[in-house]
Design a protein around this ligand. Structure first.
Ligand SMILES: NC(=O)c1ccc[n+]([C@@H]2O[C@H](COP(=O)([O-])OP(=O)(O)OC[C@H]3O[C@@H](n4cnc5c(N)ncnc54)[C@H](OP(=O)(O)O)[C@@H]3O)[C@@H](O)[C@H]2O)c1
Length: 233
């Protein structure tokens, strides 16, 4: 049975990943920022193949506890999904530094910090010959080449930074046999994008899990959308 960690799983795409993976006979370790937010996952907790754990990705103490509690667990796959958008519609001259730093912390730095603490288990999995992978939820908004409309300074820069760091991670982990992927989920009806988005969580997750399943070592470090289209950097 495949052991998958889903980071940021109590709603939106993270909850969708968890539900879909449980149906595919995976053992899922799903994380929630705080117990208060875990209500939707608790309904699934009757599943014997689901563990719910607390993790605030931006909190070093929470990360330390999470890494310690997982130290002896088998992990084959990590889906780093947690993310925030920050305030919208900001124009030059009106962008608050503290909001920018908060989004950079959650979207750019924290995913790498969480990943660093899981590397021993991932290396062990890869060394045992299991397909081993880390999938990061980024956004097309992080593509510099695709930016034809400006604005969105905070979210764009946070996801562009994530892309740059993950590209290096992919190259650095290739000798360990760990596959790494950057995924854009499409515009999906979640708390982040709202009801006007064209895709349902189920549609996006189905496509994303196909992309995860087809990831080979030769594709490590690629930036693709839920449908498999390569996105320019
Ligand atoms: N929806 C889209 O159209 C779209 C498009 C492009 C990229 N994405 C990316 O896809 C990912 C999931 O987005 P979504 O649409 O599902 O967003 P969402 O509905 O807003 O859910 C975001 C998830 O991230 C968690 N989270 C936020 N800050 C966290 C922290 N400090 N520690 C732990 N968990 C934290 C949230 O937990 P709480 O409930 O506790 O806040 C929630 O579970 C994000 O990385 C996002 O940038 C989404």
């Amino acid at each position: 049975m495949k052991n998958v960690v889903v980071i940021g799983a109590n709603r939106g795409l993270g909850l969708g990943f968890t539900e879909a993976l449980l149906k595919r006979d995976c053992h899922v370790i799903a994380t929630v920022r705080s117990a208060l937010h875990g209500a939707s996952l608790e309904k699934l907790a009757v599943e014997s193949t689901l563990d719910v754990m607390q993790l605030d990705v931006a909190d070093p103490i929470s990360r330390q506890r999470f890494h310690r509690d997982l130290a002896t667990r088998k992990i084959d796959t990590v889906i780093h999904n947690a993310g925030i958008y920050g305030p919208r519609g900001l124009v030059p001259g009106k962008i608050p530094e503290d909001d920018w730093m908060k989004v950079l912390h959650v979207d750019t730095v924290a995913p790498l910090m969480v990943t660093q603490g899981l590397l021993p288990q991932l290396r062990l999995s890869a060394a045992s010959g299991n397909p081993t992978a880390i999938h990061f939820m980024t956004s097309r908004m992080g593509s510099i080449a695709d930016n034809g409309s400006g604005g969105n300074y905070i979210y764009r820069s946070a996801k562009a930074g994530l892309n740059a760091a993950v590209r290096s991670l992919a190259l650095d982990l290739s000798s360990d046999g760990i596959r790494v992927q950057l995924l854009h989920p499409g515009w999906v009806k979640t708390g982040m994008r709202g009801e006007q988005a064209p895709l349902s969580v189920e549609e996006s997750v189905a496509g994303l899990l196909e992309r995860c399943a087809e990831l080979e070592m030769v594709d490590t470090g690629r930036f693709v959308d839920w449908f498999g289209e390569e996105i320019p950097w």
